[in-house]
Ligand binder design. Structure first.
Ligand code: ADP
Length: 591
């Protein structure tokens, strides 16, 4: 093996050993003829041994290993190896390299811009249109709206448009910062902007240690000002990408004279903000040739050599990139089923469950149903559990390990199966990885499991209670944040009102949640669930809400204040006061 390739393997060794499931990759490598059956037996399930063996092999093994990583959706690990690929054939280069330079990769990864999907085709005309509009932001701030139907490939296109050395150096030398928005309320929006500000401040501190980190902004207005300052002073000439905006009020929070690329289903959204604007329409489907290319990449054949049904499949789903990917992933596993999947798409039996929409979702429904059908029964049940996730929320495997009561390694295996089938997507910018569904997939699951929703949410709550019977997690990691953010949501959806009352009418919960997430979310919870809480006791709900609004600014301070002390200054008729008094007395008796 070449020296550069060997050195790259050694440098990336610990990431590779930690994250890969060797057994998935070995099938590809055996079929490439670089591993023998005997060697497979020796290293089954052992990433460490696989790496060991690889280091003793030649360039072909390196390339095969790289390709196996790509095919099994380990895009980020593959990218570690990409720059040292020895003698890559022109064809592999075309399908797998992401075209960006090392500098571009670094800028985009720092800004959280998603990577290319593992199987990707370029849409040059469309991408040039977006780039041309982005060039207009070279000299002055403004807005570029990329609009189109759900699943038409807007996010992929936005990420692709900025994967360009000249564009970044000439127009956005301050960087590119990606923010996933989706459907969210004011408190969620605040949290998103808080974390963006935190990310920006942290990065700028790394570059200039004399700049300081501030406490998180406490209100949307404050957040907007903080962002304005950061974009103007610390990140001039940078691009903010706002992915999947639904609401013009959200957009107003970013009306701060900066450069914005937004993706949305609603063309007129940018009407409410000031500054120069331009827009690009994304057709809902890919051109036939591009859709065929996706299928061809999945099944590892040339587009010209696809069977005749391939064209009909593309026609049937109108070139929807999401559907073509789902079908492609199925065909990768069952290469003889072209006619069968075409027939599945034509059946349209799921039509009745689809709500009205200007977009024809039938094909998605059929493709989803077919993909779910080929899961093992056990995995199918686990997949259905994902119905309870909120749209646009990404979860770490640990949350699913609680929900499914499985060991983390088993969870990773299940998730890998879903990712391989394009039933689930993985955000590789985070460690540990985060997983999410496209919102059309969530729509499908919600429709399919409409009558079982309550019990699915109940399962989440019960599994949480079982795992955390001694008290909530306090690590502050992604899993812990998930529970603090969504436990109340699952309880409300499960109709577990008693559980919801006792959680939300508890000073302990308020203290821990405020400490971990700040008060904005908590205040929002009381507003959101007021109708349910008021059935038990509207006065108590009022006590908690009042306590939070009076002390919100204090609860943002670090070091975190003594909540019992704060609560003792509430009127003595307040439930918050009563619980604080009990805790104070307990403290006194404990000494
Ligand atoms: P939107 O933002 O319009 O809802 P996305 O950009 O999230 O749609 O795309 C949906 C899915 O379609 C992606 O997860 C990916 O699987 C597939 N896809 C989109 N664009 C492409 C492309 N150019 N090449 C291959 N697959 C694509």
């Amino acid at each position: 093996m070449e020296e550069g390739a060997r050195s790259c393997l050694l440098q990336s060794r610990s990431s590779l050993e930690q994250d890969i499931r060797a057994s998935y990759l070995m099938d590809h490598m055996i079929s490439d003829g670089v591993l023998t059956g005997d060697e497979e037996d020796r290293i089954r399930k052992q990433a460490v041994a696989l790496l060991e063996l690889l280091l003793r092999k030649d360039n072909q093994a390196y390339i095969s290993f790289y390709n196996a990583l790509v095919r099994e959706s380990y895009g980020d690990l593959a990218s570690l190896l990409h720059n040292s690929l020895p003698l890559v054939s022109p064809e592999a280069e075309k399908s797998f390299s992401d075209g960006g330079t090392r500098y571009v990769q670094a800028v985009l990864s720092e800004g959280g811009v998603p990577q290319r999907p593992v199987v990707f085709v370029s849409r040059p005309a469309l991408m040039n249109r977006v780039r041309e509009k982005l060039y207009r932001l070279q000299k002055e701030p403004g807005w570029v709206t990329v609009f189109g139907m759900a699943g038409s490939g807007k996010s992929v296109l936005a990420a692709e448009a900025v994967r360009d050395h000249a564009l970044i150096t000439e127009c956005f030398p301050g960087g590119v910062h990606w923010l996933s928005i989706g459907q969210l309320d004011r408190s969620d929006l605040l949290v998103r902007i808080q974390s963006l500000c935190f990310r920006l401040e942290q990065q700028s501190q790394e570059k200039d240690p004399s700049s300081s980190l501030h406490r998180p902004p406490g209100s949307l207005e404050e957040a907007k000002e903080r962002l304005r300052f950061l974009m103007l002073r610390r990140y001039p000439r940078s691009l903010l990408i706002l992915d999947d905006i639904w609401d013009s009020s959200v957009l107003k929070a970013f009306d701060i004279q900066c450069r914005v690329l937004l993706t949305t289903r609603d063309r007129s959204l940018a009407d409410c903000v000031s500054g120069p604007k331009s827009e690009v329409a994304v057709e809902s489907g890919l051109e036939e040739g591009q859709a065929l290319e996706i299928l061809a990449l999945y099944v590892n054949r040339k587009p010209q050599r696809l069977p005749e049904q391939a064209r009909s499949i593309v026609r049937e789903c109108k070139g929807s990139p999401l559907v073509v990917s789902l079908i492609g992933a199925l065909l990768r596993e069952f290469p003889d089923r072209w006619a069968y999947y075409l027939h599945t798409l034509q059946q349209k039996k799921f039509k009745r469950i689809r709500k009205s929409s200007s977009y024809d979702y039938d094909a998605l429904d059929q493709a989803m149903a077919a993909s779910i059908q080929v899961l093992s029964e056990e995995h199918r049940e686990l997949y259905i559990d994902l119905t309870v996730l909120e749209k646009d929320v990404k979860v770490p495997a640990k949350v699913l390990s609680v929900l499914w009561d499985l060991e983390p390694e088993e969870v990773e295996d299940v998730l890998q199966d879903f990712v391989n089938k394009s039933l689930l997507f993985r955000d590789c910018h985070h460690r540990p990885y985060l997983y999410y569904l496209h919102d059309l997939q969530l729509d499908f699951l919600a429709e399919m499991n409409r009558s079982g929703l309550e019990s699915l949410h109940t399962k989440v709550v019960r599994q949480y209670q079982q795992r955390y019977s001694k008290g909530p997690p306090t690590s502050g990691d992604e899993e812990c944040l998930y529970w603090f953010r969504f436990l109340t949501y699952h309880m409300a959806k499960a109709n577990l009102t008693q559980e919801l009352y006792s959680l939300m009418f508890s000073l302990d919960w308020v203290r821990t949640k405020a400490q971990i997430m700040g008060p904005a979310h908590l205040i929002n919870d009381y507003l959101e669930y007021s109708t349910i809480l008021d059935k038990e006791n509207s006065e108590v709900r009022g006590h908690f809400q009042e306590f939070l609004s009076l002390n919100g600014h204090q609860l943002e301070q670090r070091p975190f204040p003594d909540v019992v002390q704060l609560a003792l200054s509430q009127p003595d008729s307040s439930e918050v006061y009563r619980q604080a008094l009990l805790q104070a007395q307990e403290r006194a008796t404990r000494g």
